[in-house]
Design a protein around this ligand. Structure first.
Ligand SMILES: C[S@@+](CC[C@H](N)C(=O)[O-])C[C@H]1O[C@@H](n2cnc3c(N)ncnc32)[C@H](O)[C@@H]1O
Length: 441
């Protein structure tokens, strides 16, 4: 294999040859399936394909800088029963080898392996991809924009890019430690093992006043062994973005449309209302008049908890599944909660306002339950469309005399729908376009 040009960084490649990331043991594949946030097909379908993607008909996926294979394995498992093809590309042979062993362990044969730099993508003669995942990679390039352009050169016109890059505010303490360690190692005389030993020693002696320690609940990579520690604190090349910088780069320079969704928490940490809590300050009303991008930038600054930005980017606008279409199926994801259970919870709770403490995301918010909400929830089973759910609501004795029309029911359910989509717990898909089986699980 030849890595064709010098714009990839030899020191970055050397790191991932010595310390494949994330550290994975192929034998663990018999015990569990790691689910990567952006690659869950229901999420991808909702955010990038307006709920109408079947993932059949030769759907093509590229995992660029796929590392030891978390995203690739999850995608390949979900797409196992389809004719979709997945290409896993990485310039670290050691990482690629682990990813391959994991796939072999699972008997997956829908993956093609490419030992290349992603900067070579424009010249490889590959057919366009419908979905490209590039998670935790572009921020390690000397020129992240060159990496993005390489990805876009192989993205289908109506394709979706799933990106994760570091976030500036939540990583402030990380960069202070990186800088301290860089000062310590500036003569270049320390090997990898010594650098790691230094970082461990430093971590064990940091005062409570240190910014990394102050924000320690945000950082976990250094607990994942040497590969994680090195990736977090000793990386030779890494940069981070604020929300504003992200929009400048992806939206202004490249005309992409973005849907931000933080791992496990959705768009909630990008929402000032969610960040400021259930006792809403009056100034929220003024903020609400600002453009989305500005509100998201504010929320990042106020919340301070974003360490990465995960997002879907599309060339075409309006690729988010549309609320207000009776053909859409609403369904619950990411947690074991069903429509009837949520309906019963709202029914039981007479407190006004009803505040939900959502432990998975850490957010507390008011649940806006309108007149029909608990009836609508009762009939949401992940199979019925809104149209079918609404017919069942109209069939309830209580509403027979004056049945609400679709518009009234959509309007009544909308505040709750918006809250649940902010934490990514309810999604939409078109009923006539079923998802592959595992995607429901
Ligand atoms: C932090 S790891 C992320 C791995 C994986 N995407 C994940 O999220 O689990 C970064 C990966 O990108 C790869 N990488 C970095 N620069 C690359 C380049 N120019 N071409 C191909 N792979 C690259 C590294 O080898 C490494 O496996």
């Amino acid at each position: 294999m030849t890595l064709s040009d010098s714009s990839h960084l030899p020191q970055v490649r050397a790191q991932y040859e010595a310390l494949p990331y994330p550290p994975r043991n192929p034998a663990d594949e018999s015990k569990r399936l790691i689910r990567t946030w952006l690659d869950a097909l229901p999420m991808l379908n909702h955010h990038g394909f307006a709920g109408g993607q079947s993932f059949g008909q030769g759907f093509r996926v590229l995992v660029a800088g796929g590392g030891t294979g978390d995203g690739t394995i999850f995608l390949a498992e979900q797409l196992r029963a389809t004719d979709a093809q997945i290409v896993h590309l990485d310039f670290s042979e050691a990482s690629l080898s682990i990813a391959r062993q994991r796939a072999r362990q699972r008997g997956l044969n829908n993956i093609q392996w490419l030992h290349r730099s992603l900067l070579d993508l424009p010249g490889l003669g590959l057919a366009p991809f419908d979905y490209i995942n590039c998670s935790g990679v572009l921020h390690h390039l000397a020129d992240p924009d060159a990496g993005l352009r390489a990805l876009l050169s192989v993205l289908a016109d109506d394709g979706v890019l799933g990106l994760m890059v570091y976030a500036r505010i939540g990583r402030i303490g990380v960069y202070q430690l990186q800088q301290a360690l860089r000062l310590m190692h500036r003569d270049g005389a320390h090997d990898l093992a010594t650098q790691i030993a230094h970082a461990k020693e430093l971590l064990a002696h940091l005062p409570r006043s240190n910014w990394f320690v102050r924000a320690q609940e945000l950082h976990h990579d250094h607990k994942m062994g040497d590969a994680g520690l090195y990736d977090l604190l000793l990386h030779s090349t890494d940069r981070a973005y604020s929300v504003d910088e992200l929009y400048d780069w992806l939206a202004d320079q490249h005309g992409l449309h973005l849907s931000l969704t933080d791992v496990g928490r959705g768009a909630a940490p990008y929402d000032c209302g969610m960040v400021l809590g259930p006792r809403k300050p009056a100034l929220l009303a003024e903020l609400a008049t600002r453009p989305l991008r500005e509100r998201q930038a504010m929320a990042e600054l106020l919340g301070g908890t974003l360490i990465t930005h995960s997002l879907y980017a599309t060339r075409q606008p309006d690729r988010l599944a549309r609320y207000g279409d009776t053909r859409m199926v609403p369904f619950f994801v990411h947690e074991p909660i069903s429509g009837p259970e949520l309906s019963a919870m709202i029914h039981r709770n007479t407190a006004q306002p009803l505040v939900m403490d959502h432990s998975h995301s850490g957010f507390s918010f008011q649940l806006d339950a309108g007149q029909y909400v608990k009836f609508i929830l009762k009939f949401i089973d992940g199979q019925r469309s809104f149209g079918q759910v609404f017919d069942l609501v109209r069939g309830e004795n209580k509403f027979r005399k004056a049945p609400p029309d679709d518009a009234a029911l959509f309007a009544d359910f909308e505040p709750l729908y918006r809250q649940l989509t902010l934490i990514e717990r309810i999604l939409l898909r078109r009923q006539d376009v079923p998802l592959p089986a595992l995607a429901h699980g």
